[in-house]
Design a protein around this ligand. Structure first.
Ligand code: R1P
Ligand code: URA
Length: 309
């Protein structure tokens, strides 16, 4: 190669910026994780994770003023706010919705945080037990199951070329319960009671088994006649399998499951505000939801900050 070719080559090389490194492992774009845009030091070991940015901001409103909390908003829907709470380093992370977003959160957080992680989800949910009253907060002390749709049981929707008999197939997979961290569960429950019972009464805080679903719709038993979902008995089937099941949402199982499968300790818990009861068709009042989000958010933050590691 002559000098002119070399010069052209190095010029093109300089322009060629890598999108990311390590495509078969944990990829990084420079020092940052691909989807949360966080580098080492950007996330604390103690985390409250939520769905919406507004809930993350509510939790971050309790952070100490100094040092000023750092906000990282990724182009993929994550907001990470890290600061101090009563002198303890903590993060509030909004991840959006669904098990895949929780998968990104757990793995990419693990990639930039050393040592044990304490992580509690503070979300909203549907109540699938008549005892799960709207406005109450249910701690997933009994762990979380997981429900997903079995696409092969819907092969009949693909057209005439398919001769599979799907009529006897299970349309939904219902998985075993994954446990949560008892120490953190107990702290979350105690803190929630401390903040909420005086104002709303004993029944405002409850505990039970959570069921995470991959969809808000089909695998949560919502009926929408425009789709073949075959889910009218799904909630009854779930409750027959897990009589202590009280709540249904979309992320908790993946937090617990990946926490258990992680080779470094992840102490995980979850609490969720019941926004709608699926058994009696009731829904929470907006003002109650916002108040319970504020008070409950503080409770979960205190628990995360205090859990021994
Ligand atoms: C669905 O409306 C969303 O609400 C629940 C579900 O898990 C799902 O993410 O949680 P968040 O309120 O934390 O988003
Ligand atoms: N979030 C869910 O995933 N389901 C509900 O019913 C309510 C909130």
């Amino acid at each position: 190669m002559n000098l002119i070719d070399k010069a052209i080559m190095s010029e093109t090389d300089e322009k060629k910026e890598e999108v990311y490194s390590n495509p078969n492992g944990m990829p990084f774009a420079g020092t940052k994780t691909l989807h949360m845009d966080c580098s080492a030091g950007d996330i604390a070991n103690r985390i409250v994770t939520v769905g919406t940015e507004s809930r993350a901001e509510k939790i971050a409103s309790y952070f100490d003023v100094e040092p000023a909390p750092k906000r990282i908003k990724s182009g993929r829907g994550f907001l990470t706010i890290t600061g101090n709470f009563n002198g303890v380093r903590v993060s509030a992370v909004a991840i959006g919705m669904g098990p895949s977003m929780m998968d990104f959160f757990v793995r990419e957080t693990r990639a930039v945080v050393d040592g044990p992680i304490v992580a509690a989800r503070f979300g909203t949910c549907g109540g699938i037990s008549s005892n799960a009253q709207v406005g109450s907060v249910v701690v997933a002390s009994g762990g979380s199951s997981y429900v997903n749709r079995n696409p092969d049981a819907f092969l009949h929707c693909y057209g005439e070329s398919n001769n599979n008999d799907t009529s006897k197939m299970n349309k939904y997979n219902i998985y075993q319960v994954c446990p949560s961290d008892k120490v953190l569960n107990d702290l979350v429950e105690a803190k929630l009671k401390d903040k909420l019972v005086g104002k709303y009464g004993e029944t405002i805080v409850d505990k039970g088994i959570n069921v995470t679903a991959e969809s808000f719709y089909s695998s949560q038993g919502r009926i929408y006649e425009k789709f073949d979902d075959d889910n009218s008995s799904l909630i009854d089937t779930v409750c027959a399998k897990f009589p202590d099941a009280k709540t249904m949402e979309m992320e908790t199982f993946m937090l617990f499951h990946l926490g258990k499968c992680c080779r470094d300790p992840v102490y995980a818990s979850a609490a969720a505000i019941v926004v709608a009861n699926r058994c009696n068709n009731s829904t929470v009042e907006q003002a109650v939801l916002e108040d319970v989000e504020m008070l409950g958010g503080l409770a979960v933050l205190e628990a995360v900050a205090e859990r021994e590691m």
